[in-house]
Design a protein around this ligand. Structure first.
Ligand SMILES: Cc1cc2nc3c(=O)[nH]c(=O)nc-3n(C[C@H](O)[C@H](O)[C@H](O)COP(=O)(O)O)c2cc1C
Ligand code: SF4
Length: 438
């Protein structure tokens, strides 16, 4: 099923439409001209252009990309590495796989430019294990690039050498966290590292490393081709350009939409995704993947960019928009979310390992109709115990939805705690299936 429903326009959408996983199509669309341009520029000039573009990491944290690249030490005798994060495991997020499968050469061109900017001669693409077909398409495009002198000993006929390897993960959410990803890439258990040192100083094999998301790097060729200022003007203040919003849940047209930063959540839901299905009312929206705090319907005029969502206590994260209709029990939404984070916790930190388990247990008990009036505050107290007390942000990712749901929809959690059910009439007898090993 093709669920790519991007409207006309966009930067990468035209390439997706032209099937730019095939080299010939990408070259016809002007592909690899930006890499040629970059190879004739100094690394500083490339970084400067990307900094001017206001491109911010599209993997979740929103860190300015040009600034991140500038942290790579210039005089280090160690090799430098570029690592592309294609782990894409945040529930509600499915944009990177479109880019990998249909704009494949834009990603590879972005890799050449980014590698040149940080002086890396080796790049790894870490792709989640479940993405079998995307990994195959990616490898085929890399092979085509090698055969045509685009990668390898003499990139595009220059003296620059760049080798790109696909590394398939085993399907663990935590391996999307950049330091866990590096551990996994080194062949170890995917456990996050303490920071500092940050990867730019000590990353893969203890060498300077940049980790960037697939989408972030896929926009780099357009920035080099058209200039940083062009890209900056397309977005909102301090959030350059376009981005892909994965829209799922109870909308009429779920899919992936490439729209400018700063497009409102209302426009995404009602104009592009066709509104709420079956004429139902919107009850809640998760704006940026399962870890981002939920919004109420009266908050959907917010601009979708890092700063505007932060200003109302949520986050854009991976821009995975999940619409929830009036018939849905929010306690159940939070329970499956907590279950996910409990399952995916690597177990290194007690607050995360134990706290996510308690959250799941309390929510499952409330769902069975065995709650008590202290439970909403108990959930907040457990989340407070996790927040900020862990090695990596997975703990915060588990805590933030609890704050969002319990504070914004307290009446529904209180109804469950007191009466064993909410206005949707959901859940008093059904038991969640036992998880293997739980
Ligand atoms: C638990 C967890 C999972 C993550 N999963 C991903 C992921 O699947 N893809 C991704 O690009 N970033 C993911 N991130 C963010 C990365 O750690 C990192 O910030 C990102 O890859 C940097 O790239 P960017 O600057 O281009 O956004 C995750 C972070 C955490 C804490
Ligand atoms: S916060 Fe959770 S996932 Fe992250 S290191 Fe600690 S235990 Fe592991």
């Amino acid at each position: 099923m093709d669920t790519t429903l991007t409207p006309n326009g966009g930067i990468l959408t035209p390439l997706i439409r032209k099937n730019c996983q095939i080299l010939r199509n990408y070259l016809e669309a002007g592909g690899y001209a930006a890499a040629r341009k970059a190879l004739a520029m100094t690394p500083e000039a490339i970084i400067n252009e990307v900094t001017k573009s206001n491109l911010r990491g599209l993997g979740g944290a929103g860190f300015p990309t040009g600034r991140k690249w500038s942290f790579i030490p210039k005089n280090s005798p160690k090799p430098k590495y570029l690592v592309i994060n294609a782990d894409e495991s945040e529930p509600g997020t499915f944009k990177d796989r479109y880019l990998i499968t249909r704009a494949t050469h834009a990603l590879l061109e972005g890799i050449i430019i980014a590698a040149r900017a940080i002086d890396a001669h080796t790049a790894y693409i870490y792709i989640r294990g479940e993405y079998v077909e995307p990994a195959r398409i990616l490898q085929a495009a890399i092979d085509e690039a090698y055969q045509n002198g685009i990668l390898g000993r003499k990139v595009l006929g220059t003296d620059y050498e760049l080798n790109v390897y696909v590394h398939r993960g085993a399907g663990a959410y935590i391996c999307g966290e950049e330091t866990a990803l590096l551990e996994s890439l080194e062949g170890k258990k995917g456990w996050p590292r303490m920071k500092p040192p940050f990867p730019a100083i000590e990353g893969l094999f203890r060498c300077p490393t940049i980790v960037n998301n697939v989408e972030t790097i896929s926009y780099v060729p357009a920035i080099l081709a058209n200039g940083g200022e062009w890209f900056a003007k397309l977005g909102s203040e301090r959030n350059g350009g376009y981005r892909f919003y994965s829209v799922s849940g109870h909308v009429n047209r779920p899919g992936v939409y490439e729209l400018p930063h700063g497009t409102t959540l209302r426009e995404i839901l009602y104009t592009h995704a066709g509104g709420i299905r079956n004429g139902k009312k919107l009850k809640a929206v998760i704006p940026g993947g399962s870890s981002s705090p939920v919004l109420r319907p009266e908050e959907i005029d917010v601009k979708m960019d890092v700063d505007s969502l932060a200003a109302i206590g949520s986050m854009i994260g991976s821009a995975g928009v999940i619409a929830i209709d009036e018939d849905t029990c929010l306690l159940e939404v939070l329970r499956v979310t907590a279950r996910f984070y409990h399952h995916e916790s690597c177990g290194q930190c007690t607050p995360c390992r134990e706290g996510t388990g308690w959250l799941e247990k309390v929510l499952a008990r409330m769902r069975r109709g065995e709650g008590n009036p202290q439970d909403p505050d108990r959930l907040l107290s457990i989340a407070t115990g996790i927040m900020g007390n862990t090695i990596c942000p997975l703990g915060d990712a588990a805590a933030m939805p609890v704050f969002g749901f319990v504070k914004k929809f307290r009446e529904e959690f209180e109804a469950h705690a007191r009466y064993g059910r909410c206005h949707t009439g959901a859940f008093t007898s059904w038991q969640p299936p036992a998880r293997p090993g739980a």
